[in-house]
Each structure stands twice: as structure tokens, then as C-alpha cells.
Ligand binder design. Sequence first.
Ligand code: OOB
Length: 537
Amino acid sequence: MTDVLANGFSRQSAEHYRQLGVWNGDTHWKLFRRTVTARPHALAAIDGIRSLTWAELDAGVARAATILAHNGVRRGVKVIVQLPNSVAYLETIFALWRLGAVPVFALPAHGASDVRHFAMHAPATHYIGTSNPNRHLTRVQADLARPLPDGRTPTSILVNERADDPWARGTRRSPTRDCLPATPTPGAADDLAFLQLSGGTTGVPKQIPRTHDDYLYSVRASIDVCDLRADDVLLVALPASHNFTMSSPGILGAVQVGATIVFADSPMPTDVLPLIERHRVTHLALVPPALISLLNYPDRAVHDLHSVRTVWVGGAKLSETAARRVRPELGWNLQQVFGMAEGLVNYTPLEAGIEEIVSTQGRPMSPYDEILVVDDDDNEVPAGTPGNLLTRGPYTIRQYHRAPEVNARSFTGDGFYRTGDIVVFRDGTLTVVGRAKDQINRGGEKIAPEAVENVLLTHPAVHDVSVVGVPDDILGEKTRALVIPRENATSPLKPAALKKYVREQGLASFAVPDIIDIVEEFPFTGVGKVSKKDQAV
Ligand code: OOB
């Protein structure tokens, strides 16, 4: 037995949180089974094709687990999940937890190079994807069929999420008739439950190890702050695998209380509004650009949206102007959510005054969240002064997965996570005022400039490159690449051709630069370093 859990907690601090009762020994599999037993005939999950009760979902999970087990998925193996929002997505993740396997979450927008990296780094033995791939996902799946640098080729299992029986075809090996249903072999509460995606700041994405104990505490804490109940209906419009969608209070919150989960294909008003009306949706989570699209959507009044109690908005900073419009124009409660896949989640309380709701990013959701706001030398700044946010607590990881160098930079000696966010902490509320990390937040999608630069630098006609975020009215920020061509390049560089090149190199679709400018030189700072700030204007 090692002294450190997968999430970086020492056995001693794990014991501390157990004694406090915040880690209660629950696992994702137990959570699911409890709700199946308590509410077998209640509606569990709906997508464009299927509508299942908890008992039916349980049967689907058992079937999925049997097929996965037949394809070699078993306790402890890591499995990349790259599926669209669908009931089949739910069946997949709970089937993995039933088998004690470890989902490695990928977004449908992730490209081949990201997914190959996840497979190498986890390391993952299997990939579960859609048998209805678009062009982008066809390329991801084709690239994954080539051996990884370590010689392994993950087994691909393709699921038809648009069929009544997603598990009927498409799998590499279908089970025989006499194949026994897989017996549940879920792991222990302090086992690694899954690897979550991190908002990138480095050339390769980091993976976030969360245990059942730590993650499910965050789900329970979210439910309390958000007042989610059994008769509620949650609309899942952002990608299901995102931490926000999964646990704030999200899909797992709905499973915990036995609420109904409705999957939308996208957060666009044309997808979201009819679903709210049809299924009497009570809660939904959106990133700021999606909320602004709803607010500005001309045909909104055609739909009856009275069922909604609360919209959660997070992932990027919501402007005060947009925040102020929510209650008068939509009639919904707004809870701002400032969270991170590494752990800490803050909400504006439902009962807070309007000024706190529209102008802060909320309060830490757990009394055990520790918040430090420090200057660049790690000295605490006076309350109300902007500084770097450091945090530690029962559901914030203390290490990334297999990344000792990154860990040394990202955590203090006593286990505080350096969020890279600049905040003001006043009267228990946090306001995000800036960012110290080298990251672009494109409407909630996180992009590491270094990753995009590394790809552009592989182009034979590119001499040097610098990628920065530039302000955008809708997205908050979009990406701009400044590219210096090689002097002896045979043909002139064209932005459109470079974008195509970046796409083909397997970056996530949201990481392809919005703007590419061919320049002779970069703006320089006084000390001779490229000034990213000057490029942003
Ligand atoms: C969520 O998680 P990640 O891991 O994709 O990104 C975390 C980062 C934060 O460090 C911060 O820079 C930014 O996203 N962020 C916000 C914000 N919510 C996230 N910045 C300003 N205002 C907000 N409300 O994005 C995430 C995870 C769980 C719940 C909600 C969001």
C-alpha cells in the first residue's frame, strides 16, 4: 500500500476527511445502484432517441458492462470515453464503474493528438467512441488504430448512441449468446475513479486523478448549495465529460438525488429551448456565450420556459451586464459557478442578494475549502486586494497524474493547488479579476498557447510563432496566432492553409486559432521578451 492516494492525498489527510465525515466511503457504482433501487420506475435519462427509467438504465448498464468485459475491460484498466451527449454515454460510464474500470474523459472536440496522448499517458487500453463519427472523429479513430509510440494499440469499441440498442453492433467483438453478464467488481472508495481533463497550460494536456470519495463529496456539497431534488429535470447541454457538466451538481448530482437527465446535442438555443419546454426542465448549466445566445435569441418567447428554476453559469467569467439580464428577461435564478476540474467549486448562493449574484463568482461550496490569496512571493495579501488564488480542501487534488515536474510547479509544499487565477476575496466571496497562467479561455474551452505554438512550429514554412488570447464580445476571448515565415520558404504562407494544417495535426477543434496573422516580427517588451500583452490589443 502506498502512502499517497491517486489524487495525491496522504493516508493521514484521507483519514482526517473520513473522520470529519466528508469522505463517506461511497463509490460511483454504489451511488447509481442506490438510485436504481430507490426509484426504479422514475424517468432516469432522455435523449433524442431513447427515454429510460432507472431500472431500464440499469439493464442497459449491465448489457454494456457485459460487452465491455467481453472486450477485455476489467477492474483497474483505463478506458478513454469520447462519446456525444446521450443515454449511451451514461450506460458507458456506469458500466465502466460497475467493472471497476477507470474512465479517461475526452471531449468530442478533442483531436487525434490529444486522444493519443491520453492513451499513452493514462495509459489506456481501450477507447470507446461513437460509430457515427463526423470527419473530425473519423480521423481520431483512424489515428488511434495506429500503434502508439510504446507499440500498443488500444482496443476500439464503437457504440451507436443513435440506435435503440447502442450495444448491438459496432463493437470489435460481440459477445456470444452464452456470454455471462459481468459480475460487478467495483473498486474501493479511495481508488482512482477516473481521469478528468485539465484546462491546458502546457504543451500536452494534464490528467486529473479523482477518487470516488473526493469527487462524490463535491457532488453532495453541490447538491446542498443548488437545492437539486428528486422531481427535478436537468438539461445536459454542455459536453457531458466536462467537470462542470458532470458534478456541479450535474449528471452525478442528478443520479445522487434521482432526478431526470435530459441530453441536448449542443447548448445552442435551437437545441435547448424546445427541450426545456418539452421536458419541463428545471435546471441547466451553460457557459457565458451560450447564456448570451439564449438571452439574445429572437424567438425565445415562442417557448414556455417557466419550468426552469435555476441556470448555472460558469467555465469563464460572466459579464455583470449579462448576469443582470437573467432574472428580468428569463425569470430564472442565476448561480454563477467558478470551478475547476482540479477541485474547488464556488457558487453564488441562491439566497444571496442581487449584487453578490451578478458581480461575484461565488463562495467556496465547502466549509473545508481553504482559500489563500497571495502575491508572487506566496505572501498573503490583505482582504480585498487582488492576488493569486491557492486552495486546498477535501476535493481538490494534490497532484496531477504521473507528472512530477508539473506537480512541483502547480502545488505548494503543503498541498495547496496554484489555480493560476487572480481573484479578490472579500467577505467570503471570490471575484475573478484576471489570470496568471498561460492559458486562453475561449468561452469556457481552455487552450494552452504552447500546444498550439508547438503544432504551428512543425510547419516547414514557419520560422516562429506566438499564440495569444484576444478579447471577443461573445466568447470573452478568442485565439490569435502571430506567425513569422521562414525566409527561404518556397511559397508564401496563407492563414487559411495554416488553419487547415493545424486541424490536420490533430489538435482539438476549439484550439485551431481563430485569427492567424503573418508578421515580420513580434511586438517586444522592454526586456527583449515577446510581449503577449501587446498582441492582445
Ligand atoms: C471549469 O473547469 P476547467 O478545469 O475547465 O477550468 C478551470 C478554470 C478556472 O481556473 C478559471 O480560470 C476558469 O476556468 N473559470 C472561471 C469561471 N469558471 C471557471 N473564470 C471566471 N469565472 C468563472 N465562473 O471551467 C469548471 C469546473 C467546474 C465547474 C464550473 C467550471
